[in-house]
Ligand binder design. Structure first.
Ligand code: MF3
Ligand code: CO
Ligand code: CO
Length: 270
């Protein structure tokens, strides 16, 4: 079967994919990750976020793939680029990066009908210790969530692992946006919350595909969406960071579809 109804649905409406479907997700995830690897060299003070998006759009085209975001609910760009206090869904354009900025770049591609969705943090020039800490804690929080992915655990276990780690570092987890199922569609059940109680929520089963994409703020968790109807910012103007992987549940754990081919998922500091 090669349509959006392959596999079966759980009682919570979560699609269970076949073992042979993992290869398609790995291919899509790898392309998204490779593009995020390659854009890294362009992230320097003086660059515009629009130039970064141009590179990403061209890279998707050159690979013979499709951008999932262009045309999605009227969105016109191949990436979301969220700088400093922008939490997510920052629109690329004329904004010029300056020394010390931190930014998330989020790319979703479609390869042979499979969706690969990943984002990571970048730094322009030399960043402050507090920015560095935020980026590190957010990165590590994502992996705390990924470590909770195995059959028999619940989605609440993932959210709890992330929230406990972030709050132990006196930072806050954004509640207004969540991860999501994906596969042959961009956004599907379940909502993958980055906070919650252990043992609650749907039980993870082999063959589930979803994203984990925690947003972490240095200040309070509340966000607001600007008048462009996309850009989400922290209400208190505090810095925000995010990392995202697309993953699949295997018989004994997790397959991370969007691993960086170049080992560049985490930005390195000079
Ligand atoms: N890639 C984002 C996610 O992680 C969604 C972006 S939708 C867009 O789910 F339209 F803003 F691009
Ligand atoms: Co996503
Ligand atoms: Co994304």
């Amino acid at each position: 079967m090669d349509d959006k109804t392959r596999g079966r649905l759980t009682k919570d409406g979560i699609r269970i994919y076949e073992p042979s479907d993992f290869a398609g997700m790995r291919k899509a995830g790898e392309l998204a990750a490779r593009i995020l690897d390659e854009v890294a060299d362009l992230v320097v003070p003086g660059a515009t976020t629009g130039a970064l998006d141009d590179f990403i759009r061209t890279s998707v085209e050159d690979a013979g793939a499709t951008s999932a975001t262009i045309g999605y609910k009227g969105y016109k760009h191949a990436s979301c680029i969220s700088v400093n206090h922008v939490v997510c869904h920052g629109i690329p354009g004329g904004k010029v990066l300056k020394d010390g900025d931190i930014l998330n770049i989020d790319v979703t591609v479609i390869v042979d009908g499979w969706y690969g969705d990943t984002s990571r943090m970048y730094v322009a020039g030399k960043i402050s210790r507090k920015s560095e800490r935020l980026v590190q804690v957010t990165h590590d929080a994502l992996f705390k969530g990924i470590e909770a992915v195995k059959p028999g655990n619940t989605f609440g276990d993932i959210g709890h692992a992330i929230q406990a780690y972030v709050e132990a570092h006196r930072m806050s987890v954004v509640r207004d946006f969540c991860g999501h199922g994906l596969g042959r569609v961009f956004h599907a059940p379940p909502n993958v919350l980055h906070y919650g109680r252990a043992g609650t929520g749907p039980v993870l089963e082999e063959g589930m595909f979803f994203t984990i994409e925690p947003m972490v703020n240095l200040g309070r968790p509340e966000t607001k969406v600007l008048s462009d109807d996309w850009t989400a910012v922290t209400r208190d103007k505090s810095l925000s960071a995010q990392f995202e992987h697309s993953v699949g549940v295997t018989a004994d754990g997790v397959d991370i579809f969007t691993l960086s081919p170049a080992g560049k998922f985490h930005p390195t500091y000079s």
